[in-house]
Write a protein that binds this ligand. Sequence first.
Ligand SMILES: NCc1[nH]cc(CCC(=O)O)c1CC(=O)O
Length: 318
Amino acid sequence: MNAKIIKVGTRQSQLALTQSGQVIKQLEKLCQQHGLPYTFEIHKIVTKGDQILDVTLSKVGGKGLFVKEIEQALLDGVIDMAIHSMKDMPYELPAGLTIGAVPKRLTPQDCLVLKQGASFEDLPQGAKVGTSSLRRSSQLKHARPDLDLQWIRGNIDSRLRKLETEGFDAIVLAAAGLTRMGWEERISALLPVELCVPAVGQGALGVQCRDNDNEVTKLLALLNDEESALAVAAERSFLGTLQGGCQVPIGAHATIVEQSAAGAVLELTGIVGSPDGNTLLKEIRRSTDPVQLGRGVAEHLLSNGARNILEDVQKAGL
Ligand SMILES: NCc1[nH]cc(CCC(=O)O)c1CC(=O)O
């Protein structure tokens, strides 16, 4: 049988190429197990987000900075499948595209890479901590007002280098990125979710395809991890209801806490913070319906202060 080539789109960062290679390995194994005649070919695609790494991305605005060009290539038939970091994906997908698989998720938590010590508590008074997200900085500032939070950008290895060269006491990164790169030993401490709620979809990948592509859809169904997909669905429903941009600290974390007669019971923690870190709204709820759960947590926060935060940010034109 002739092998059919499936063209796989990805960003060209080291992390993107590494994680795409890992997904393709899993797909190749599944093809072998199920006697499917596919081979995979990587197509690197430069996104707008890759071209403006040197500035504060949230100031550039626009959702989907790291995915738009890749989605267009899917729609144009230049590629057949796209591998994204789930947390880079906006809630709304273009018509004609779907997320065919959420592979088994790694830890969603953020972590500290410390210059010295082994926990958040080891950070000295007034420590200089580098983060690349308002979500991280406002939560850490909330827990430890003494900390000197500084903006740090770039890909993972350049951020790790800046820990040494720019006098940081610590930097905050997604643990999953370090793990995928094989740099797990750099993780000094995982930040507990009670201290820092991760970004929606953090630690998960999303494999996207055309919704009318039956072959790829069927293949991706084999890769999908049901529990990861449920948790991500709840977090993304939260995001979709809030409709906040990246100028507002938003975080969500869902896990399956038990199996019931009605199916898996999810627990979702959602937060919305003010950009200055003074206000941090949090709600935790459980349900078997991920979409309703996400919406319910978001609506609760919206009517208890989050709407004001979102409106203030919009008015300020941040
Ligand atoms: N914002 C960049 C980004 N996009 C995905 C990851 C890796 C973690 C993941 O896949 O969720 C990272 C790095 C980071 O935030 O430290």
